[in-house]
Design a protein around this ligand. Structure first.
Ligand code: OGA
Ligand code: NI
Length: 351
């Protein structure tokens, strides 16, 4: 378990440390590491009710970009809005209510509220975000650790995460089909670890000197993201050597291919490098649902895919914990972990 620093909770950006509109020194990104201008890119929109085309469209987007958005996904917009409302309310709770959130935890069930990242103490500079993060599976166990305020948090978010898991399973079933894997391939330890992370990016007096979240690839199998308000820019992706901002369709969820899906698909699907920039006029909140392997799960390229290719496995088999520990303990850019830590089999001639 990652050690946790209490001051990190007291120092939430939402607690008012930016009230005087000055950026605390520790949040200023060193000049050489600041972000430059970005272009604009369209993210493919997949209509999940379009049964004829959705599987192929998901496959294509996952191969080309590692990111797509889904509409007609069956999750009511009222539930999406209600969830976003309680997420925002958590960051407005009085400090004594917020401190109760961090009191509750045992070895496996975690619910925390903090600023920047788990590596607060050692990181070179802090990230311009506050975070609420909790486990979701098994729900009956985890829910006892979730915030008790706002009053309806558990009820609404309980329903929300069940709906997200359900939708995630359906999307993964389509990916299973598209990749030619046996039915139910991902309905396994590969997706049983579910964490919900709420990122809150407050208004930033000078977005040019801060970063909401530095460049990374997601450590999971897939991440499902709801952003609000949808028209506030923040997320950017890296493609062909350039950064691009993008918009999210109303009531859509973004789906990111994570590093573990890249491994299981033996490189057919690519995790996308992305980051979050801050905004001078509007706060932005995102709900990120992680579908991850359990810590003991062995992650490896699916045999059926490797057999159908002629390049052999491009990644070694590893226990997920081995990867995850590197990811969480890593202070720098988290986009080259597969390559830098030898999860990728180097001698392969396939790109
Ligand atoms: C993440 C992430 C995007 C966002 O949490 O991994 O990429 O806009 N979040 O919060
Ligand atoms: Ni991410």
């Amino acid at each position: 378990m990652v050690k946790f620093i209490f001051s990190q909770m007291a120092n939430l950006l939402s607690s008012g440390i930016i009230a005087n509109r000055e950026i605390p020194k520790k949040y200023v990104v060193p000049p050489g590491k600041r972000h430059a201008q970005a272009g604009f890119i369209e993210i493919p929109i997949i209509d999940l009710q379009d049964q004829k085309n959705s599987t192929q469209n998901i496959l294509k987007a996952s191969q080309d970009l590692g990111l797509f958005q889904v509409i007609n996904h069956g999750i009511p917009s009222k539930l999406m809005n209600d969830a976003m409302k309680v997420f925002k309310e958590v960051f407005d709770l009085p400090p004594e209510e917020r401190s109760k959130i961090n009191m509750k935890e045992d070895l496996n069930q975690v619910c925390r509220i903090y600023t920047s990242s788990y590596n607060y103490d050692s990181e070179e500079f802090h990230f311009w975000r506050d975070v609420l993060r909790h486990t979701c599976n098994p729900l009956v166990e985890c829910i006892k650790f979730w915030p008790q305020k706002p009053e309806n948090y558990r009820e609404i978010v309980g329903e929300y995460v069940v709906a997200l898991k359900d939708m995630g399973k359906k999307i993964l079933e389509q990916i299973t089909q598209g990749l030619g894997l046996e039915k139910g391939y991902f309905a396994s330890e590969l997706t049983e670890d579910n964490i919900l992370t709420i990122n809150h990016y407050p208004i930033c007096p000078d977005p040019s000197v801060t970063i909401g979240l530095p460049r990374h690839k997601d450590p999971t199998l897939i991440n499902i993201v709801q952003a609000a308000p949808v028209n506030v820019p923040g997320l950017q992706l890296f493609k062909d050597g350039q950064w691009f901002g993008f918009e999210t369709a109303p009531n859509a969820f973004l789906v990111f291919v994570g590093n573990q899906l890249e491994v299981v698909s033996n490189g057919k699907m690519k995790a996308v490098v992305h980051r979050v920039v801050t905004n001078a006029s509007k706060a932005r909140t995102t709900a990120v649902f992680f579908m991850s392997p359990t810590m003991d799960c062995i992650v490896e390229p699916a045999k059926a895919i490797v057999e159908a290719q002629d390049c052999g496995p491009l990644y070694k088999a590893f226990r997920y914990k081995e990867y995850f520990d590197i990811h969480t303990g890593h202070d720098g850019d988290r986009d080259t972990i597969l390559e830098s830590y030898n999860f990728k089999i180097k001698q392969s001639s396939i790109p």
